[in-house]
Design a protein around this ligand. Structure first.
Ligand code: FES
Length: 330
């Protein structure tokens, strides 16, 4: 089960966009619409791997990232599923309220921050709309004859997109846990025993992912892979401090006050950096750290990448406490 290297796939592709037609807009579960996107001339999309997402440009106001849930073996269309999140910052609301069949949308080419490594066995854990990136992963695992299992939790069956199709296609490899029938997913039971040669891929709300991370502490390093919908909250005791950033290539130094991001401060002095979500979610603004210690606040880099400190997402991450100066390759 291949996958592009997360790092190679993240860099430098945020600017490439294309127009697509929303061929179908279907309500597939309570509060969830599916968009089937095709190219205007019917040409195929470029190849992508399970775990990939696209940026969707929503009017002039928003750019949001949605995981692809169509088949990577069928490039005639792309499919995303969008949950109408009450109180959302506007992206999902905009799609639910505005996109109709036949509308033109602008999207990025697929990018992958959640690639799947080859393994003998997989445990897939999905919470709510977090099922979307997992669907192509399952398809690949099934095609390759891997040993896999999905535990998929949600409020009720009616709110769980694709639940019926997954059970219909894959039978008892899929465990659908509707909270109003069986209570919450028994993550402690599912993850109780670390298993050799098994990788865990989890996508869902922050609370679920924090529980999965805690429960996987005793698993072999590298077993767990997660995708979040929101950047990481600051740890206890973290405070925003002002600091300086030296831009090694342009020879400028900028001050980053407590109420500005590095990205904003850099843009203020006329240095252009590719960016998209500006929330630490998409990986577009990833920047090489020449020296200094970052405090990572993004949801893109793996723990190993963050510990290595070679790059950082400058839309949300800052200098670590006590590090008054970062030098970046800008
Ligand atoms: S712009 Fe998306 S992670 Fe920074």
């Amino acid at each position: 089960m291949g996958g592009l290297s997360a790092r190679a796939d993240r860099r430098g592709v945020g600017a490439s966009t294309r127009e697509v037609i929303a061929e179908r807009v279907d309500r597939i579960a309570d509060g969830v619409v599916s968009l089937v996107l095709v190219t205007p001339d019917g040409s195929p999309f470029q190849p992508w791997e399970p775990g990939a997402h696209i940026d969707v440009h929503l009017g002039d106001q928003y750019v949001r990232q949605y995981s692809l849930c169509s088949s990577p073996d069928d490039l005639s269309h792309l499919r995303v599923a969008v949950l109408d999140v009450p109180g959302s910052r506007g992206g999902s609301r905009w799609i639910h309220g505005n996109v109709r069949p036949g509308d033109t949308l602008e999207i990025s080419e697929p990018r992958n921050n959640f690639p799947v490594r080859d393994s003998r066995k997989y445990l897939f854990l999905a919470g709510g709309i977090g099922i979307t990136p997992i669907i192509p992963m399952i398809e690949r695992a099934a095609e390759a004859g891997k040993d896999w299992r999905l535990v998929y939790g949600g409020r009720s069956r009616g709110s769980m997109a694709f639940a019926e199709q997954l059970v219909g296609t894959y039978g008892d490899r899929v465990d659908v846990v509707a909270e109003d029938e069986r209570g919450r997913m028994d993550l402690a039971g599912v993850l109780a025993l670390p298993r050799a040669h098994m990788l865990v891929y989890a996508c869902g709300p922050g609370g679920m992912l924090r529980a999965v991370e805690d429960l996987c502490m005793g698993w072999p390093p590298g077993s767990l892979h997660t995708e979040r919908f929101a950047a990481t909250a600051l740890g206890p005791g973290s405070v925003a401090e002002p600091f300086e950033v030296e831009l090694a290539r342009s020879g400028k130094t900028v001050s980053v006050p407590t109420d500005r991001t590095i990205l904003e401060a850099v843009e203020d002095v006329g240095v252009r950096v590719l960016s998209s979500c500006r929330q630490g979610l998409c990986g577009t603004c990833e920047t090489t750290v020449v020296s200094g210690e970052p405090e990572h606040r993004d949801a893109v880099l793996t723990q190993d990448d963050q510990d290595g400190g070679a790059t950082m997402m400058i839309c949300v991450s800052r200098a670590a406490a006590g590090c008054g100066r970062l030098v970046l390759d800008l």
